[in-house]
Ligand binder design. Sequence first.
Ligand SMILES: *[C@@H]1O[C@H](CO)[C@@H](O)[C@H](O)[C@H]1NC(C)=O
Ligand SMILES: *[C@@H]1O[C@H](CO)[C@@H](O)[C@H](O)[C@H]1NC(C)=O
Length: 219
Amino acid sequence: MILLTGLVGVLLVLTAEAKVGNSEGTKCTETKECLLYDLVCETAEYEVRKYGAAKWVSTMEESWSMEYATMTAFRRLFGYISGENAEGKKIEMTAPVLVTIPEEPIWSTRNFTMSFLLPSEFQQNPPTPDNTKVYIHEMPEMKMYVRSYGGWMTGISDFYYARRLKNTFKINGATYNNTFHFGVGYDSPMKWYNRHNEVWFKVEGEPVCSSSSSEEMSD
Ligand SMILES: *[C@@H]1O[C@H](CO)[C@@H](O)[C@H](O)[C@H]1NC(C)=O
Ligand SMILES: *[C@@H]1O[C@H](CO)[C@@H](O)[C@H](O)[C@H]1NC(C)=O
């Protein structure tokens, strides 16, 4: 019994440390490191994933257009990883890139927050950003409802898949944080084929994975 408890302890430590790691076998095809997760359950419409706590570098931009906000935010964060930090450190790009999107009407002025995942090397001691609009923070462990899609992530495609997921939740009673969702990108704009994007909603309460049949879905 004591041995077993010890073993469980070791496994927990390993799981906790494996949250930012090697991209091999993941959707992160263009970066060395990726945010790793455990698959909790899945339906035809979404997966439920569990992510460990990790540190991110973020910046917020207000706009009516997700494209405009993310372009500005990307430049700022790219500056940080290119050396605009207290130690002048160059930091490797990771995936995915998150955009926090408020659940407010599309085309209304909203605050979009873009976040880059810090590579494992900088998870413990991230360099301080030079730009006061750029900040480091830790996201706690969280469970996500995840819908994947191809092509490019735009305000319109993100809106479409987010709405589709919310319709699914209405049918199967899944509870989620309805104040925001994440638009999640894995590829650089230079990649043209087999692009991968996701929409994430934060799970509230127990995750629901009862499948809703496709006949019930309105497209
Ligand atoms: C965006 O955030 C700023 C600073 O927190 C705030 O003053 C502003 O009202 C916010 N804009 C929207 C549209 O929520
Ligand atoms: C949803 O997320 C927002 C922003 O992180 C947070 O302030 C709020 O408390 C969350 N709502 C619930 C029901 O947990």
